[in-house]
Design a protein around this ligand. Structure first.
Ligand code: NAP
Length: 526
Protein backbone atom coordinates (compact mmCIF):
# COMPACT_ATOMS: atom_id res chain seq x y z
CA UNK A 1 0.00 0.00 0.00
CA UNK A 2 1.41 3.38 -1.01
CA UNK A 3 1.77 6.27 1.44
CA UNK A 4 0.50 9.41 -0.30
CA UNK A 5 0.67 12.04 2.44
CA UNK A 6 -3.09 12.63 2.26
CA UNK A 7 -5.74 12.81 4.95
CA UNK A 8 -8.48 10.16 4.95
CA UNK A 9 -11.95 11.67 4.88
CA UNK A 10 -15.28 10.52 3.39
CA UNK A 11 -13.89 7.12 2.45
CA UNK A 12 -11.18 8.60 0.23
CA UNK A 13 -7.96 10.64 0.17
CA UNK A 14 -8.03 14.38 0.75
CA UNK A 15 -4.96 16.53 0.16
CA UNK A 16 -4.42 19.07 2.92
CA UNK A 17 -3.59 22.55 1.69
CA UNK A 18 -2.69 24.30 4.95
CA UNK A 19 1.06 23.70 4.86
CA UNK A 20 3.24 20.62 4.62
CA UNK A 21 4.87 18.17 7.04
CA UNK A 22 7.56 15.56 6.63
CA UNK A 23 7.96 12.38 8.61
CA UNK A 24 11.37 12.11 10.29
CA UNK A 25 13.69 9.14 10.79
CA UNK A 26 15.34 9.94 14.14
CA UNK A 27 17.98 7.19 13.92
CA UNK A 28 19.21 8.42 10.54
CA UNK A 29 18.50 12.06 11.39
CA UNK A 30 16.79 12.43 8.04
CA UNK A 31 13.45 13.55 6.65
CA UNK A 32 11.36 10.91 4.92
CA UNK A 33 9.17 10.80 1.83
CA UNK A 34 6.45 11.65 0.98
CA UNK A 35 5.40 15.20 1.80
CA UNK A 36 2.21 15.27 3.90
CA UNK A 37 -0.39 17.97 3.32
CA UNK A 38 -1.71 19.53 6.54
CA UNK A 39 -5.43 20.12 6.87
CA UNK A 40 -7.30 23.09 8.31
CA UNK A 41 -10.50 23.77 10.24
CA UNK A 42 -12.53 23.21 7.06
CA UNK A 43 -11.18 19.67 6.71
CA UNK A 44 -11.91 19.01 10.39
CA UNK A 45 -15.44 20.34 9.90
CA UNK A 46 -16.06 17.98 6.97
CA UNK A 47 -14.71 14.94 8.84
CA UNK A 48 -16.78 15.77 11.93
CA UNK A 49 -20.01 16.43 10.01
CA UNK A 50 -19.64 13.10 8.24
CA UNK A 51 -18.99 11.42 11.59
CA UNK A 52 -22.17 13.00 12.94
CA UNK A 53 -24.17 11.82 9.92
CA UNK A 54 -22.72 8.30 10.33
CA UNK A 55 -23.51 8.11 14.04
CA UNK A 56 -27.12 6.85 13.96
CA UNK A 57 -26.65 4.35 11.11
CA UNK A 58 -23.47 3.02 12.77
CA UNK A 59 -24.88 2.62 16.26
CA UNK A 60 -28.10 1.10 14.92
CA UNK A 61 -26.35 -1.44 12.67
CA UNK A 62 -26.43 -5.01 14.07
CA UNK A 63 -23.86 -5.66 16.81
CA UNK A 64 -22.49 -8.42 14.60
CA UNK A 65 -21.57 -5.80 11.96
CA UNK A 66 -19.76 -3.73 14.57
CA UNK A 67 -17.85 -6.77 15.86
CA UNK A 68 -16.99 -7.73 12.29
CA UNK A 69 -15.67 -4.20 11.63
CA UNK A 70 -13.20 -4.54 14.51
CA UNK A 71 -12.03 -7.92 13.27
CA UNK A 72 -11.74 -6.68 9.67
CA UNK A 73 -9.54 -3.79 10.83
CA UNK A 74 -7.22 -6.30 12.52
CA UNK A 75 -7.09 -8.50 9.42
CA UNK A 76 -6.26 -5.54 7.19
CA UNK A 77 -3.55 -4.33 9.56
CA UNK A 78 -1.95 -7.79 9.38
CA UNK A 79 -2.28 -7.73 5.59
CA UNK A 80 -0.09 -4.60 5.51
CA UNK A 81 2.76 -7.01 6.31
CA UNK A 82 6.37 -5.90 6.68
CA UNK A 83 5.75 -2.51 5.09
CA UNK A 84 3.95 -1.38 8.26
CA UNK A 85 6.75 -2.61 10.54
CA UNK A 86 9.47 -1.06 8.32
CA UNK A 87 7.73 2.31 8.26
CA UNK A 88 6.98 2.26 11.99
CA UNK A 89 10.61 1.35 12.72
CA UNK A 90 11.97 4.16 10.55
CA UNK A 91 9.61 6.77 12.03
CA UNK A 92 9.98 5.80 15.71
CA UNK A 93 13.41 4.10 16.01
CA UNK A 94 11.62 1.36 17.96
CA UNK A 95 13.05 -2.11 17.21
CA UNK A 96 11.16 -4.16 14.62
CA UNK A 97 10.58 -6.99 17.10
CA UNK A 98 8.94 -4.55 19.52
CA UNK A 99 6.69 -3.24 16.71
CA UNK A 100 5.74 -6.78 15.71
CA UNK A 101 4.71 -7.37 19.32
CA UNK A 102 2.79 -4.13 19.31
CA UNK A 103 1.00 -5.11 16.10
CA UNK A 104 -0.04 -8.42 17.69
CA UNK A 105 -1.30 -6.51 20.71
CA UNK A 106 -3.26 -4.10 18.48
CA UNK A 107 -4.92 -6.91 16.57
CA UNK A 108 -5.57 -8.88 19.78
CA UNK A 109 -7.14 -5.79 21.32
CA UNK A 110 -9.47 -5.35 18.32
CA UNK A 111 -10.50 -9.01 18.60
CA UNK A 112 -11.14 -8.66 22.33
CA UNK A 113 -13.42 -5.68 21.70
CA UNK A 114 -15.21 -7.64 18.95
CA UNK A 115 -15.93 -10.38 21.53
CA UNK A 116 -17.10 -7.76 23.99
CA UNK A 117 -19.49 -6.24 21.44
CA UNK A 118 -21.03 -9.66 20.73
CA UNK A 119 -21.34 -10.46 24.44
CA UNK A 120 -23.45 -7.32 24.97
CA UNK A 121 -23.00 -7.04 28.76
CA UNK A 122 -21.62 -3.51 28.21
CA UNK A 123 -25.15 -2.48 27.18
CA UNK A 124 -26.05 -2.67 30.87
CA UNK A 125 -29.57 -3.86 29.98
CA UNK A 126 -31.75 -3.37 33.08
CA UNK A 127 -35.50 -3.82 33.56
CA UNK A 128 -37.62 -2.67 36.49
CA UNK A 129 -41.18 -3.98 36.14
CA UNK A 130 -44.14 -1.66 36.48
CA UNK A 131 -45.98 -1.74 39.83
CA UNK A 132 -49.47 -0.51 38.94
CA UNK A 133 -50.86 -1.44 42.38
CA UNK A 134 -48.14 0.32 44.39
CA UNK A 135 -49.43 2.80 47.00
CA UNK A 136 -49.48 5.73 47.31
CA UNK A 137 -48.29 5.96 43.68
CA UNK A 138 -47.90 3.28 41.01
CA UNK A 139 -44.42 2.69 39.53
CA UNK A 140 -43.86 2.97 35.80
CA UNK A 141 -42.19 0.33 33.65
CA UNK A 142 -38.49 1.36 33.55
CA UNK A 143 -35.87 -0.05 31.18
CA UNK A 144 -32.25 1.05 30.76
CA UNK A 145 -29.55 0.48 28.18
CA UNK A 146 -26.30 2.25 27.42
CA UNK A 147 -25.84 3.99 24.11
CA UNK A 148 -22.70 5.50 22.52
CA UNK A 149 -22.03 9.18 23.27
CA UNK A 150 -21.39 10.25 19.65
CA UNK A 151 -18.33 10.94 17.48
CA UNK A 152 -15.02 10.67 19.36
CA UNK A 153 -11.75 12.54 18.64
CA UNK A 154 -8.61 10.44 19.18
CA UNK A 155 -5.08 11.78 19.63
CA UNK A 156 -2.64 8.89 19.17
CA UNK A 157 0.42 8.46 21.39
CA UNK A 158 3.95 8.99 20.09
CA UNK A 159 5.34 6.07 22.10
CA UNK A 160 2.98 3.35 20.79
CA UNK A 161 2.68 3.99 17.02
CA UNK A 162 0.36 0.98 16.69
CA UNK A 163 -1.25 -0.05 20.00
CA UNK A 164 -2.06 3.50 21.25
CA UNK A 165 -2.44 5.26 17.93
CA UNK A 166 -4.77 5.23 14.89
CA UNK A 167 -6.24 1.76 15.55
CA UNK A 168 -5.17 1.63 19.20
CA UNK A 169 -7.12 1.24 22.42
CA UNK A 170 -9.01 4.55 22.20
CA UNK A 171 -10.20 3.89 18.62
CA UNK A 172 -11.03 0.22 19.33
CA UNK A 173 -13.07 1.05 22.43
CA UNK A 174 -14.87 3.98 20.77
CA UNK A 175 -15.81 1.93 17.69
CA UNK A 176 -16.88 -0.94 19.96
CA UNK A 177 -19.19 1.47 21.79
CA UNK A 178 -20.68 2.53 18.43
CA UNK A 179 -18.95 5.92 18.14
CA UNK A 180 -17.52 7.15 14.82
CA UNK A 181 -13.88 8.19 15.26
CA UNK A 182 -11.86 11.12 13.90
CA UNK A 183 -8.15 10.58 14.56
CA UNK A 184 -5.59 13.38 14.64
CA UNK A 185 -2.43 11.75 13.25
CA UNK A 186 0.58 12.02 15.57
CA UNK A 187 3.29 14.01 13.77
CA UNK A 188 5.91 11.50 14.99
CA UNK A 189 4.56 8.66 12.82
CA UNK A 190 2.62 10.12 9.92
CA UNK A 191 3.28 7.30 7.42
CA UNK A 192 2.42 4.58 9.93
CA UNK A 193 -0.79 6.49 10.69
CA UNK A 194 -1.76 6.67 7.04
CA UNK A 195 -1.15 2.94 6.48
CA UNK A 196 -3.28 1.96 9.47
CA UNK A 197 -5.89 4.60 8.61
CA UNK A 198 -6.26 3.14 5.12
CA UNK A 199 -6.73 -0.32 6.66
CA UNK A 200 -9.59 1.06 8.78
CA UNK A 201 -11.10 2.90 5.83
CA UNK A 202 -11.14 -0.33 3.80
CA UNK A 203 -12.68 -2.28 6.67
CA UNK A 204 -15.46 0.31 7.05
CA UNK A 205 -16.28 -0.05 3.32
CA UNK A 206 -16.08 -3.87 3.50
CA UNK A 207 -18.67 -3.88 6.29
CA UNK A 208 -21.04 -1.65 4.31
CA UNK A 209 -20.90 1.11 6.94
CA UNK A 210 -21.05 4.85 6.20
CA UNK A 211 -17.64 6.32 5.31
CA UNK A 212 -18.01 8.90 8.10
CA UNK A 213 -17.40 6.16 10.71
CA UNK A 214 -13.67 6.88 10.41
CA UNK A 215 -11.44 9.80 9.38
CA UNK A 216 -7.77 10.70 9.78
CA UNK A 217 -6.77 14.36 9.82
CA UNK A 218 -3.27 15.85 9.77
CA UNK A 219 -2.19 19.13 11.33
CA UNK A 220 0.88 21.35 11.21
CA UNK A 221 0.90 22.74 14.75
CA UNK A 222 -1.94 22.74 17.26
CA UNK A 223 -4.71 24.29 15.13
CA UNK A 224 -6.20 21.07 13.70
CA UNK A 225 -6.28 19.35 17.10
CA UNK A 226 -7.86 22.44 18.67
CA UNK A 227 -10.53 22.65 15.95
CA UNK A 228 -11.27 18.95 16.38
CA UNK A 229 -11.87 19.19 20.14
CA UNK A 230 -13.93 22.37 19.67
CA UNK A 231 -16.15 20.91 16.93
CA UNK A 232 -19.80 20.61 18.08
CA UNK A 233 -20.18 17.13 16.52
CA UNK A 234 -17.43 15.69 18.75
CA UNK A 235 -18.80 14.32 22.04
CA UNK A 236 -15.66 12.93 23.75
CA UNK A 237 -11.87 12.94 23.36
CA UNK A 238 -9.23 10.23 23.92
CA UNK A 239 -5.65 11.50 24.30
CA UNK A 240 -2.25 10.12 25.33
CA UNK A 241 0.69 12.49 25.55
CA UNK A 242 2.14 15.31 27.60
CA UNK A 243 0.56 16.92 30.64
CA UNK A 244 0.63 20.30 28.87
CA UNK A 245 -1.07 18.91 25.75
CA UNK A 246 -3.74 17.06 27.75
CA UNK A 247 -4.55 20.11 29.89
CA UNK A 248 -4.74 22.34 26.78
CA UNK A 249 -7.33 20.00 25.25
CA UNK A 250 -9.26 19.74 28.55
CA UNK A 251 -9.48 23.53 28.64
CA UNK A 252 -10.79 23.73 25.07
CA UNK A 253 -13.38 21.03 25.84
CA UNK A 254 -14.50 22.80 29.03
CA UNK A 255 -14.92 26.17 27.27
CA UNK A 256 -17.20 24.79 24.55
CA UNK A 257 -20.86 25.79 24.48
CA UNK A 258 -21.47 22.10 25.21
CA UNK A 259 -18.51 20.94 27.34
CA UNK A 260 -17.41 17.36 26.67
CA UNK A 261 -15.27 14.81 28.55
CA UNK A 262 -11.58 14.51 27.68
CA UNK A 263 -9.99 11.20 28.65
CA UNK A 264 -6.34 12.25 28.74
CA UNK A 265 -3.57 9.96 29.90
CA UNK A 266 -0.70 12.28 30.68
CA UNK A 267 1.94 11.94 33.33
CA UNK A 268 3.01 9.38 35.92
CA UNK A 269 6.27 8.53 37.70
CA UNK A 270 5.06 5.11 38.93
CA UNK A 271 6.56 4.90 42.42
CA UNK A 272 8.17 1.63 43.40
CA UNK A 273 8.35 1.00 47.17
CA UNK A 274 11.07 -1.49 48.07
CA UNK A 275 10.09 -2.58 51.58
CA UNK A 276 12.80 -3.47 54.12
CA UNK A 277 12.36 -7.26 54.05
CA UNK A 278 12.58 -7.35 50.26
CA UNK A 279 15.55 -5.01 50.25
CA UNK A 280 17.40 -7.25 52.71
CA UNK A 281 16.50 -10.45 50.87
CA UNK A 282 17.12 -9.48 47.24
CA UNK A 283 18.51 -5.96 46.75
CA UNK A 284 20.58 -7.00 43.74
CA UNK A 285 17.81 -8.88 41.92
CA UNK A 286 15.35 -6.04 42.43
CA UNK A 287 17.96 -3.51 41.26
CA UNK A 288 18.64 -5.47 38.06
CA UNK A 289 14.94 -5.93 37.30
CA UNK A 290 14.34 -2.25 38.00
CA UNK A 291 17.09 -1.14 35.58
CA UNK A 292 15.76 -3.48 32.86
CA UNK A 293 12.28 -2.01 33.34
CA UNK A 294 13.63 1.57 33.43
CA UNK A 295 15.54 1.26 30.16
CA UNK A 296 13.02 -0.87 28.23
CA UNK A 297 11.94 0.97 25.07
CA UNK A 298 14.43 3.78 25.94
CA UNK A 299 12.30 4.47 29.00
CA UNK A 300 9.48 5.75 26.79
CA UNK A 301 6.64 4.10 28.68
CA UNK A 302 3.96 5.89 30.64
CA UNK A 303 4.47 3.16 33.27
CA UNK A 304 8.23 3.69 33.53
CA UNK A 305 9.50 3.40 37.15
CA UNK A 306 10.59 7.02 37.68
CA UNK A 307 10.70 6.86 41.50
CA UNK A 308 12.13 4.22 43.83
CA UNK A 309 11.55 4.52 47.57
CA UNK A 310 13.85 2.69 50.04
CA UNK A 311 14.81 2.83 53.70
CA UNK A 312 18.27 4.01 54.73
CA UNK A 313 20.91 1.45 55.72
CA UNK A 314 23.42 -1.01 54.24
CA UNK A 315 20.77 -2.74 52.09
CA UNK A 316 19.98 0.58 50.46
CA UNK A 317 23.67 0.95 49.61
CA UNK A 318 23.74 -2.54 48.07
CA UNK A 319 20.66 -1.65 46.00
CA UNK A 320 22.15 1.60 44.70
CA UNK A 321 25.46 -0.07 43.81
CA UNK A 322 23.75 -2.94 41.99
CA UNK A 323 21.46 -0.57 40.08
CA UNK A 324 24.38 1.65 39.14
CA UNK A 325 26.37 -1.35 37.90
CA UNK A 326 23.44 -2.66 35.86
CA UNK A 327 22.88 0.79 34.35
CA UNK A 328 26.49 1.07 33.14
CA UNK A 329 25.73 -1.73 30.69
CA UNK A 330 22.78 0.08 29.14
CA UNK A 331 23.80 2.19 26.16
CA UNK A 332 22.25 5.45 25.02
CA UNK A 333 19.59 4.80 22.35
CA UNK A 334 17.64 6.88 19.86
CA UNK A 335 14.38 8.30 21.20
CA UNK A 336 11.08 8.62 19.32
CA UNK A 337 11.64 12.18 18.17
CA UNK A 338 14.31 14.87 18.27
CA UNK A 339 11.97 16.94 20.47
CA UNK A 340 11.47 14.15 23.01
CA UNK A 341 15.27 13.55 23.13
CA UNK A 342 15.95 17.21 23.71
CA UNK A 343 13.23 17.41 26.44
CA UNK A 344 14.86 14.38 28.10
CA UNK A 345 18.34 15.92 28.11
CA UNK A 346 16.90 19.17 29.44
CA UNK A 347 15.00 17.36 32.22
CA UNK A 348 18.01 15.30 33.28
CA UNK A 349 20.25 18.38 33.24
CA UNK A 350 17.84 20.27 35.50
CA UNK A 351 17.49 17.33 37.88
CA UNK A 352 21.28 17.10 38.27
CA UNK A 353 21.26 20.70 39.43
CA UNK A 354 18.63 20.35 42.18
CA UNK A 355 19.99 20.92 45.68
CA UNK A 356 20.44 17.62 47.53
CA UNK A 357 20.20 15.44 44.40
CA UNK A 358 23.22 13.35 43.40
CA UNK A 359 23.74 11.28 40.29
CA UNK A 360 24.46 7.66 41.29
CA UNK A 361 24.42 5.92 37.92
CA UNK A 362 24.76 6.49 34.21
CA UNK A 363 24.44 4.42 31.04
CA UNK A 364 27.11 4.03 28.36
CA UNK A 365 27.56 6.70 25.70
CA UNK A 366 26.98 5.64 22.10
CA UNK A 367 26.97 7.53 18.81
CA UNK A 368 23.18 7.02 18.33
CA UNK A 369 21.34 10.10 17.06
CA UNK A 370 18.79 11.86 19.27
CA UNK A 371 19.74 9.47 22.04
CA UNK A 372 18.91 9.30 25.75
CA UNK A 373 21.76 8.49 28.10
CA UNK A 374 20.22 6.55 31.02
CA UNK A 375 20.68 8.39 34.33
CA UNK A 376 19.97 7.45 37.94
CA UNK A 377 19.69 10.01 40.73
CA UNK A 378 19.29 9.84 44.51
CA UNK A 379 17.96 12.17 47.17
CA UNK A 380 16.50 12.15 50.67
CA UNK A 381 12.80 12.05 51.53
CA UNK A 382 12.93 15.58 52.95
CA UNK A 383 14.51 17.01 49.78
CA UNK A 384 11.94 15.17 47.66
CA UNK A 385 9.09 16.67 49.65
CA UNK A 386 10.66 20.14 49.49
CA UNK A 387 11.38 20.23 45.73
CA UNK A 388 8.15 19.98 43.73
CA UNK A 389 9.93 19.56 40.33
CA UNK A 390 11.38 16.24 41.55
CA UNK A 391 7.87 14.84 41.11
CA UNK A 392 7.69 15.84 37.44
CA UNK A 393 7.84 13.08 34.85
CA UNK A 394 11.03 13.09 32.75
CA UNK A 395 10.01 10.98 29.77
CA UNK A 396 12.90 8.55 29.20
CA UNK A 397 15.33 6.22 31.01
CA UNK A 398 15.88 8.15 34.23
CA UNK A 399 14.74 7.52 37.78
CA UNK A 400 15.14 8.93 41.25
CA UNK A 401 15.92 6.85 44.34
CA UNK A 402 14.47 8.47 47.46
CA UNK A 403 15.84 7.37 50.81
CA UNK A 404 13.58 7.46 53.87
CA UNK A 405 14.95 7.54 57.41
CA UNK A 406 12.15 5.29 58.69
CA UNK A 407 8.81 3.74 57.71
CA UNK A 408 6.87 6.82 58.81
CA UNK A 409 8.74 8.85 56.20
CA UNK A 410 7.84 6.22 53.61
CA UNK A 411 4.15 6.48 54.48
CA UNK A 412 4.41 10.30 54.45
CA UNK A 413 5.95 10.18 50.98
CA UNK A 414 3.18 7.91 49.69
CA UNK A 415 0.65 10.43 51.01
CA UNK A 416 2.52 13.33 49.38
CA UNK A 417 2.75 12.09 45.78
CA UNK A 418 0.36 13.02 42.98
CA UNK A 419 -1.95 10.60 41.16
CA UNK A 420 -0.21 7.73 39.35
CA UNK A 421 -0.95 5.04 36.78
CA UNK A 422 0.80 2.46 38.94
CA UNK A 423 2.37 1.93 42.35
CA UNK A 424 4.59 -1.08 43.09
CA UNK A 425 5.45 -2.88 46.31
CA UNK A 426 8.50 -5.12 46.50
CA UNK A 427 7.88 -7.14 49.63
CA UNK A 428 8.52 -10.30 51.63
CA UNK A 429 6.24 -11.91 54.18
CA UNK A 430 7.92 -9.78 56.87
CA UNK A 431 6.75 -6.63 55.03
CA UNK A 432 3.03 -7.44 55.09
CA UNK A 433 2.23 -5.07 57.97
CA UNK A 434 3.96 -2.11 56.30
CA UNK A 435 2.33 -3.00 52.98
CA UNK A 436 -1.05 -3.07 54.73
CA UNK A 437 -0.31 0.40 56.11
CA UNK A 438 0.64 1.76 52.68
CA UNK A 439 -2.19 0.13 50.73
CA UNK A 440 -5.10 2.50 51.54
CA UNK A 441 -2.94 5.46 50.49
CA UNK A 442 -1.76 3.74 47.31
CA UNK A 443 -5.38 2.88 46.43
CA UNK A 444 -6.18 6.59 46.57
CA UNK A 445 -3.14 7.49 44.47
CA UNK A 446 -2.89 4.87 41.71
CA UNK A 447 -4.95 2.98 39.15
CA UNK A 448 -2.95 -0.25 39.42
CA UNK A 449 -1.03 -1.67 42.41
CA UNK A 450 1.58 -4.37 41.79
CA UNK A 451 3.50 -6.66 44.12
CA UNK A 452 6.98 -7.95 43.27
CA UNK A 453 6.79 -7.00 39.61
CA UNK A 454 7.62 -4.12 37.31
CA UNK A 455 5.03 -1.72 36.01
CA UNK A 456 6.14 -1.51 32.37
CA UNK A 457 4.00 -4.41 31.07
CA UNK A 458 0.31 -3.51 30.63
CA UNK A 459 -1.91 -6.49 29.87
CA UNK A 460 -4.97 -5.93 27.66
CA UNK A 461 -7.61 -7.72 29.73
CA UNK A 462 -10.97 -7.33 31.45
CA UNK A 463 -9.48 -6.51 34.87
CA UNK A 464 -6.77 -4.09 33.66
CA UNK A 465 -6.80 -0.47 34.79
CA UNK A 466 -4.51 1.91 32.95
CA UNK A 467 -5.70 5.08 34.58
CA UNK A 468 -5.49 6.91 37.88
CA UNK A 469 -6.03 10.26 39.59
CA UNK A 470 -4.72 13.50 38.03
CA UNK A 471 -2.15 14.06 36.56
CA UNK A 472 -1.94 10.38 35.54
CA UNK A 473 -5.22 10.97 33.77
CA UNK A 474 -7.90 13.63 33.52
CA UNK A 475 -10.60 11.28 34.86
CA UNK A 476 -9.76 8.69 37.54
CA UNK A 477 -12.99 6.79 36.90
CA UNK A 478 -11.70 5.39 33.63
CA UNK A 479 -9.06 3.23 31.99
CA UNK A 480 -7.58 3.50 28.52
CA UNK A 481 -6.47 -0.15 28.38
CA UNK A 482 -8.70 -3.21 28.78
CA UNK A 483 -12.36 -3.78 28.02
CA UNK A 484 -13.56 -1.35 30.71
CA UNK A 485 -12.25 1.41 28.37
CA UNK A 486 -15.55 1.15 26.48
CA UNK A 487 -17.38 2.77 29.42
CA UNK A 488 -15.78 6.15 28.58
CA UNK A 489 -17.83 6.33 25.39
CA UNK A 490 -21.23 5.17 26.67
CA UNK A 491 -24.09 6.84 28.49
CA UNK A 492 -27.26 5.36 30.04
CA UNK A 493 -30.74 6.04 28.67
CA UNK A 494 -33.90 5.10 30.56
CA UNK A 495 -37.11 4.20 28.68
CA UNK A 496 -40.19 4.83 30.82
CA UNK A 497 -43.48 3.20 29.76
CA UNK A 498 -42.43 3.03 26.10
CA UNK A 499 -44.70 0.82 23.97
CA UNK A 500 -42.98 -2.50 23.25
CA UNK A 501 -42.67 -1.79 19.52
CA UNK A 502 -40.49 1.24 20.33
CA UNK A 503 -38.20 -0.47 22.82
CA UNK A 504 -34.61 -1.25 21.77
CA UNK A 505 -34.04 -4.98 21.36
CA UNK A 506 -31.68 -5.10 24.38
CA UNK A 507 -34.57 -4.45 26.76
CA UNK A 508 -37.48 -6.11 24.94
CA UNK A 509 -39.46 -8.65 26.98
CA UNK A 510 -38.38 -11.72 25.01
CA UNK A 511 -34.66 -10.80 25.16
CA UNK A 512 -33.98 -11.30 21.44
CA UNK A 513 -30.23 -10.61 21.88
CA UNK A 514 -29.99 -13.32 24.58
CA UNK A 515 -28.25 -10.89 26.95
CA UNK A 516 -27.45 -11.16 30.62
CA UNK A 517 -29.82 -8.54 32.11
CA UNK A 518 -30.67 -7.15 35.53
CA UNK A 519 -34.40 -7.71 35.92
CA UNK A 520 -35.99 -6.43 39.12
CA UNK A 521 -32.61 -6.59 40.83
CA UNK A 522 -31.60 -10.10 39.75
CA UNK A 523 -29.13 -11.02 36.99
CA UNK A 524 -30.65 -13.46 34.54
CA UNK A 525 -30.39 -14.56 30.95
CA UNK A 526 -33.88 -15.38 29.71
P1 NAP B 1 2.23 15.87 23.03
O1 NAP B 1 3.17 16.97 22.68
O2 NAP B 1 1.33 16.09 24.16
O3 NAP B 1 1.38 15.56 21.70
C1 NAP B 1 0.40 14.55 21.64
C2 NAP B 1 -0.64 14.87 20.57
O4 NAP B 1 -1.44 15.97 21.00
C3 NAP B 1 -0.04 15.28 19.25
O5 NAP B 1 -0.86 14.83 18.20
C4 NAP B 1 -0.08 16.79 19.30
O6 NAP B 1 -0.19 17.28 17.99
C5 NAP B 1 -1.34 17.06 20.10
N1 NAP B 1 -1.28 18.28 20.91
C6 NAP B 1 -0.38 18.53 21.89
N2 NAP B 1 -0.64 19.73 22.45
C7 NAP B 1 -1.72 20.23 21.81
C8 NAP B 1 -2.45 21.44 21.93
N3 NAP B 1 -2.12 22.38 22.82
N4 NAP B 1 -3.49 21.64 21.11
C9 NAP B 1 -3.83 20.72 20.19
N5 NAP B 1 -3.16 19.55 20.02
C10 NAP B 1 -2.12 19.31 20.82
O7 NAP B 1 2.98 14.52 23.32
P2 NAP B 1 4.14 13.77 22.50
O8 NAP B 1 4.58 14.55 21.30
O9 NAP B 1 3.67 12.42 22.25
O10 NAP B 1 5.32 13.66 23.52
C11 NAP B 1 5.83 14.77 24.18
C12 NAP B 1 5.89 14.48 25.66
O11 NAP B 1 4.65 13.86 26.07
C13 NAP B 1 6.93 13.51 26.09
O12 NAP B 1 8.18 14.12 26.25
C14 NAP B 1 6.35 13.01 27.39
O13 NAP B 1 6.64 13.88 28.41
C15 NAP B 1 4.89 12.98 27.17
N6 NAP B 1 4.33 11.67 26.84
C16 NAP B 1 3.71 10.99 27.83
C17 NAP B 1 3.14 9.76 27.55
C18 NAP B 1 2.42 9.02 28.60
O14 NAP B 1 2.01 7.92 28.31
N7 NAP B 1 2.19 9.54 29.76
C19 NAP B 1 3.23 9.21 26.29
C20 NAP B 1 3.87 9.93 25.29
C21 NAP B 1 4.41 11.17 25.59
P3 NAP B 1 0.56 18.57 17.44
O15 NAP B 1 1.94 18.53 17.99
O16 NAP B 1 0.49 18.41 15.95
O17 NAP B 1 -0.28 19.69 17.94
Amino acid sequence: MQITGDMLIAGGSVRGNAGTLRAFDPARNAEMEPIFGAGDAGDVDRACRLAQAAFDPFRQAPLETRARLLEAIGERILALGDALIERGHAESALPKARLEGERARTVGQLKLFAQLVRDGRWLGATLDSAMPERKPLPRSDLRLQKIPVGPVAVFGASNFPLAFSVAGGDTASALAAGCPVVVKAHPAHLGTSELVGRAIQEAVAECGLPAGVFALVIGAGNAVGEALVAHPAIKAVGFTGSRGGGIALMNIAARRREPIPVYAEMSSINPCFVLPGALAARAEAIATGFVDSLTLGVGQFCTNPGLVVVLDGPDRQAFVEAASKALEKKGAQTMLTAGIASAYRDGVGKRAGVLGVTQVGQGASTDAQHAALPALFATSQSRFLAEAPLEDEIFGPTSLIVTCANVDEMVELAEHIEGQLTATLHMEQSDVELARRLLPTLERKAGRILANGFSTGVEVAHAMVHGGPFPATSDPRSTSVGTLAIERFLRPVCYQDLPSELLPSSVQDDNPLNLWRLRDGTFERR
